[in-house]
Ligand binder design. Structure first.
Ligand SMILES: Nc1ncnc2c1ncn2[C@@H]1O[C@H](COP(=O)(O)OP(=O)(O)OP(=O)(O)O)[C@@H](O)[C@H]1O
Ligand SMILES: O=c1[nH]c(=O)c2[nH+]cn([C@@H]3O[C@H](COP(=O)(O)O)[C@@H](O)[C@H]3O)c2[nH]1
Ligand SMILES: NC(=O)CC[C@H](N)C(=O)O
Ligand SMILES: [Mg+2]
Length: 518
């Protein structure tokens, strides 16, 4: 899509490798201003032609004195575009414009108190003394570049914020994007609205209109196949596309035999009740299970499944004359991950709809959500009138139960996991915990343990329960579910699911673990 015409008030975030870069983007978006993250090395001509209303330089792990410190071209500060440097971003600004940065005697990690000495522009509507902010740095600015003045100080940072208002250059040593900086929201708004002159026009309502226009332009009179899983992302894509191209859209749902209990029926029913568009439902259970036979390697499972999905989509597309596009629900975090700070990041997992795609595909992709974060997709779903039940559904991975059965996927393993998983979901719902977690599910482990049931020795399988809290699946923590609920889960699974004699609870966060086990 062409952002020039779609989002006139856009902000550019240059990433220097901070853990919080995505948070900066979230905050800007929450203020209804469109923004994109690009690597710090973005070409100056590209910046010019992107023509942002403002630029934010993220923090980062480097020091400006490191031999391989990531630098920005000095000319970035001469474009006449307002710049806000955060932490490393401010240190870099100072370093490049003739100031001096040095290693501080005391590092500052965590909370600090700020005294605002100049409340013009950036600190408008923020208290003057003892302002709580969150710091994470070891370097500090000892001399500001010519033209700059101090806006705020903290015990350890004589220059905790600085500005050259004439050139609209601003820097803060603390992190306004984190929740532990309560005034951060006001500060960022001051930058966006007062300094950059942005207007808060980025709303899901405006997105619907511009996305529909862009989709129509792209699709023309061709037909689109939309792969629908019943999850939030693909449901939103389907409704959006239907609004844009009406009968040129055909939805397809594949039962790959790796779905949860009753899922195929539910998806078909919900679709019939809430969507006014045709759905082709394909049962490919045997095909998927036969290709997965004997496979135990997680990446291989993912690739086999990804390829098979496309094979089926292409086969169905060839039956519908004039089908040129395949619509998918790729989100912004998938996109950012592949353009991160120092080039593409390491492959942790091949997500079936991204890296799992075959190299040569006949269908062209349409990905209308590739600019959005998950919570924006949920908002968009509401805007499009989708029922809350669909909007708030837990994510369910395309490779389904195959990546929750460690080891070989067999009909017997699927039976065990499906039953155990249904119990987890039922009990969470009954205890009103389903809407307090991002995702909750059962995992079947490839180990056996000894137990005693009814005076008899058992030697059976182990089920792990995974329940996590998260805002975007990039990081997650295990849910502190009540012991009583855990006890009920364990009790029911062992009693009701034959083949299982032990249940464990996964207490790992992401990172270092991931949400799924494979
Ligand atoms: N069983 C399926 N049938 C058809 N398409 C599928 C199926 N499973 C996954 N897909 C396709 O793969 C895409 C990615 O799956 P993914 O699980 O990330 O998204 P989703 O199911 O739409 O939403 P959520 O992340 O909330 O589960 C889907 O948007 C859909 O296009
Ligand atoms: O559609 C998908 N296809 C996949 O291949 C896939 N793998 C993981 N997930 C989901 O992504 C989120 C993060 O998962 P991980 O922490 O396991 O990487 C979690 O919400 C996972 O459920 C997938 N979704
Ligand atoms: N969070 C940051 O951006 C840190 C910047 C720099 N590495 C410092 O320690 O001061
Ligand atoms: Mg899904």
């Amino acid at each position: 899509m062409d952002w020039h015409s779609l989002h006139p008030d856009r902000v550019l975030i240059l990433d220097f490798g901070s853990q919080y870069t995505q948070l900066i983007a979230r905050r800007v978006r929450e203020s209804h201003v469109y923004c994109e993250i690009h690597p710090y090395a973005m070409d100056l001509d590209a910046v010019r032609s992107y023509a942002p209303k403002g630029i934010i330089l993220s923090g980062g792990p480097s020091s400006v004195h490191d031999a391989d410190a990531p630098l920005a071209p000095r000319a970035l500060f001469q474009l006449g575009i307002p710049v806000l440097g955060v932490c490393y971003g401010m240190q870099l600004m100072a370093h490049l414009l003739g100031g001096e940065v040095e290693r501080a005697e005391n590092r500052e990690y965590g909370p600090a108190l700020l005294d605002v000495v100049d409340s013009a522009a950036l600190f408008q509507d923020i208290e003057a003394t003892d302002v709580r902010v969150w710091m994470s740095h070891g370097d500090r600015i000892v001399h500001m570049p010519p033209g700059f003045r101090v806006l705020a100080r903290s015990a350890n940072s004589p220059v905790a914020a600085m500005a050259d208002p004439a050139r609209k250059l601003y820097g803060v040593q603390f992190h306004p994007e984190v929740a532990h900086t309560p005034c951060g929201r006001t500060l960022l708004d001051n930058f966006l609205f007062h300094i950059c002159g942005c207007k808060p026009t980025w709303t899901m309502k405006s997105f619907v209109e511009s996305a529909i226009t862009a989709i129509r332009e792209k699709v023309g009179s061709d037909r689109v196949l939309c792969a629908l899983s019943g999850g939030v992302d693909s449901s939103v894509v389907a409704v959006l596309l239907h609004k844009a191209v009406g009968e040129q859209l055909q939805c397809i749902f594949v039962n790959n035999g790796l779905l949860r209990k009753g899922e195929a029926e539910t998806v078909e029913r919900v679709f019939r009740d809430h969507f006014e568009m045709p759905l082709v439902s394909i049962n490919a259970t045997d095909l998927f299970l036969s290709r997965l036979k004997g496979v135990t390697d997680p990446e291989q499972k993912r690739k086999i499944i990804g390829n098979l999905f496309i094979e089926i989509f292409e086969r169905e597309a060839s039956k519908l004359q004039g089908t040129r596009y395949l619509a998918q629900g790729t989100l912004y975090p998938d996109v950012i991950e592949s353009v991160s700070f120092k080039g593409p990041s390491a492959t942790i997992k091949t997500h079936h709809n991204v890296g799992g795609l075959p190299e040569r595909m006949k269908l062209e992709l349409i990905e209308p959500l590739r600019e959005l974060f998950k919570d924006e997709v949920r908002q968009l779903g509401r805007e499009l009138g989708l029922p809350e039940r669909i909007v708030m559904r837990h994510p369910f991975p395309g490779p389904g139960l195959a990546i929750r059965i460690l080891g070989e996927v067999t009909p017997e393993n699927l039976r065990i996991l499906r039953q155990a998983d249904a119990i987890v979901l039922e009990e969470l719902e009954a205890a009103n915990w389903d809407n307090r977690v991002w995702q909750a599910f059962a995992v079947l482990l490839p180990v056996r343990s000894v137990g005693v049931m009814g005076d008899e020795r058992t030697y059976e399988q182990v089920v792990a329960i995974r329940a996590v809290e998260s805002v975007d699946a990039m990081t997650a923590d295990w849910a502190r579910m009540p012991y009583q609920l855990l006890a009920r889960l364990s009790n029911r699974i062992i009693n009701e699911v034959s083949g299982v004699n032990r249940v464990v609870y996964d207490i790992s966060s992401k990172p270092p673990s991931t949400i799924e086990w494979e």
